[in-house]
Write a protein that binds this ligand. Structure first.
Ligand SMILES: NC(=O)c1ccc[n+]([C@@H]2O[C@H](COP(=O)([O-])OP(=O)(O)OC[C@H]3O[C@@H](n4cnc5c(N)ncnc54)[C@H](OP(=O)(O)O)[C@@H]3O)[C@@H](O)[C@H]2O)c1
Length: 270
């Protein structure tokens, strides 16, 4: 009998991670999600939670070890854990930039490093890194978020060529706006008393929050992940989002930079 593929998905306590975990569990995958909190498994749940903080080497090591102890293999890794950060680049504290990049860029790479030896031994594995449509363009007042997601996308391009010979597939999935807890959990840079950005940042922040609140059901991302996992030869980058959000990528690719920038300025009323 063929085994049920074992999935490790980081950040499965809410939002996209939780929806995706349950979507896959409903379709027969054995799904292990993660949270930084102490998990409260009773034994009967569709998705078992492990404790993991992507910023902490020991925590990643012990979660991977725990999962291997339970299942003996890891077929799929979905690097989903992530945090938001907003603020004028000039005024965002250096430590806040490092913290966000630690979670959104170094964190996924850390989890991959612990999972790859297992997949290499199996001679198979599939890694999906959740990036963002915001990672394909520098968005005003989200520069650090855009940069971290963009960096993860570029690292994925390199990584997948390095591991393909071991039978391991890797790709990114960039969501548009989805209604999750990301806005409430994000780091908002405190503005300086006499900040020259106060008004324009305020306007942009309102737009960002409206977009997330009006975002689609995160289950859509779960469905997309499921479809990607069926691919024998996955593409490098996938996107999921509203037609407008996906159109922004096409425009970014096709238009001269300054014209695209003009569209963003208009959109963000800057
Ligand atoms: N929502 C959107 O519109 C949107 C758009 C594009 C991309 N994304 C990306 O999608 C992913 C999921 O975001 P979401 O919108 O579902 O946000 P969310 O509801 O805030 O969920 C974030 C998840 O990440 C976990 N997490 C945060 N920091 C962590 C850390 N240091 N180590 C391990 N886990 C951590 C949280 O778990 P605990 O707090 O329980 O530890 C939580 O389960 C993120 O990578 C985000 O950047 C979201």
């Amino acid at each position: 009998m063929q085994h049920r593929p074992v999935v490790l998905i980081t950040g499965a306590s809410s939002g996209i991670g939780k929806s995706t975990a349950h979507y896959l569990a409903d379709r027969g995958y054995r799904v292990y999600g993660t949270t930084r909190k102490s998990p409260n498994n009773t034994g009967g749940e569709a998705v078992t939670l492990l404790q993991l903080d992507v910023r902490d080497e020991d925590s990643v090591r012990s979660a991977v070890r725990e999962l291997l102890g339970l299942e003996g293999r890891i077929d799929i890794l979905i690097n989903n854990a992530g945090v938001g950060i907003t603020g004028p680049l000039e005024e965002t504290p250096h430590q806040a930039c490092l913290d966000a990049l630690e979670t959104n860029f170094h964190g996924p790479l850390r989890v991959i490093r612990h999972v790859l030896p297992v997949m290499r031994q199996q001679q198979s594995g599939f890694i999906v890194n959740i990036t963002s449509i915001a990672g394909f363009m520098g968005l005003p007042y989200r520069g650090i978020y855009s940069a971290g997601k963009s960096a993860l996308g570029i690292a994925t391009e390199a990584y997948r060529m390095e591991v393909r010979g071991f039978g391991i597939k890797m790709c990114t999935l960039a969501p548009g706006d989805y209604a999750t807890n990301i806005a409430s959990g994000r780091f908002h840079s405190p503005l300086l008393e006499d900040s020259p950005y106060r008004q324009s940042y305020g306007n942009s922040l309102k737009l960002m929050d409206d977009h997330v609140d009006a975002g689609n059901d995160p289950e859509e991302v779960g469905r997309k992940v499921y479809r990607i996992l069926q691919k024998k030869h996955p593409r490098v980058h996938y996107t999921v989002g509203s037609p407008m959000q996906r159109l922004s990528l096409t425009l970014k690719r096709m238009l001269p930079d300054k014209i695209f920038e003009r569209l963003l300025l208009k959109h963000y009323k800057l």
